[in-house]
Design a protein around this ligand. Structure first.
Ligand SMILES: *Cc1c(COP(=O)(O)O)cnc(C)c1O
Length: 228
């Protein structure tokens, strides 16, 4: 079982390194977040045993159980799922990163609830880049205003933007929304926000995301196999 995890991790890392090279990205400039939602703690431990340290979770209670079970391992936990206001305290207390901040009220609560003994919580703003009515995320037109406000919150560190584009038919179509996310980030940086993270790319579009400047790709299926 551990060899399966080692093989899949090495395959995904090889895809990332090949895409860095192909698209003239600096070697090592793209990090891998292993998305472990619905996967048991044993699978996370197996992937950790072959070298993976960053894990992403979507559901608060499921994540808290696994974080407690795996507390002896030195793992970095990222929250990437939809955020309900009544769950912000648990997130602020147990995670190092949150990729899915999609309104100012949630950011204010996370900042207020981040424990004083922990470093500031790293956050990305989630953008609904394809304006899908059923998807979470800020409208592109609101991002600059919300980003300026989030950047002033004392216990958060605004790191960048995150998106989950709609499925696309081919590589060119995959790149288009990812390019728009990068352009949006460039505009925020031109305004002085100093963002260093573009959280984009999943199992099926990580090459397109790396072509468009991703710094953190969120990969589930290609590492763990299909979710049940
Ligand atoms: C599930 C999920 C992923 C991983 O998707 P795969 O296609 O399994 O790689 C990435 N990001 C978010 C926000 C997710 O919910």
């Amino acid at each position: 079982m551990n060899t399966d995890f080692a093989d899949r991790l090495h395959l995904v890392l090889a895809r990332i390194r090949a895409a860095e090279q192909r698209f003239q990205r600096l070697p090592g400039s793209v990090q891998l977040l292993a998305v472990s939602k619905t996967q048991p703690s044993a699978a996370i431990a197996a992937l950790a045993a072959v070298g993976q340290r960053r894990f992403g979770e979507n559901y608060v209670q499921e994540a808290l159980d696994k974080i407690a079970e795996l507390a002896a391992l030195d793992l970095e936990w990222h929250f990437i799922g939809p955020i309900q206001a009544n769950k912000t305290r648990s997130i602020a207390e147990h995670f190092a990163w949150v990729h899915s901040v999609d309104r100012l009220k949630i950011a204010e609560r996370l900042s207020a609830q981040r424990p004083a003994h922990l470093p500031p919580l790293n956050v990305c703003l989630q953008v609904n880049i394809d304006r899908e009515p059923t998807k979470h995320g800020l409208d592109e037109r609101e991002v600059a205003t919300v980003a300026s406000a989030v950047a002033t919150l004392p216990r958060l560190r605004l790191r960048g933007l995150m998106a989950i584009p709609a499925p696309a038919a081919d590589f060119t179509a995959q790149r288009e929304p990812l390019a728009r996310l990068r352009t949006l980030q460039d505009l925020l940086n031109a305004a002085g926000l100093g963002l260093d993270t573009l959280s984009m790319g999943m199992s099926d579009d990580l090459e397109a995301a790396i072509a468009e400047g991703a710094t953190l790709t969120r990969v589930g299926t290609a590492l763990f196999g299909p979710r049940t």
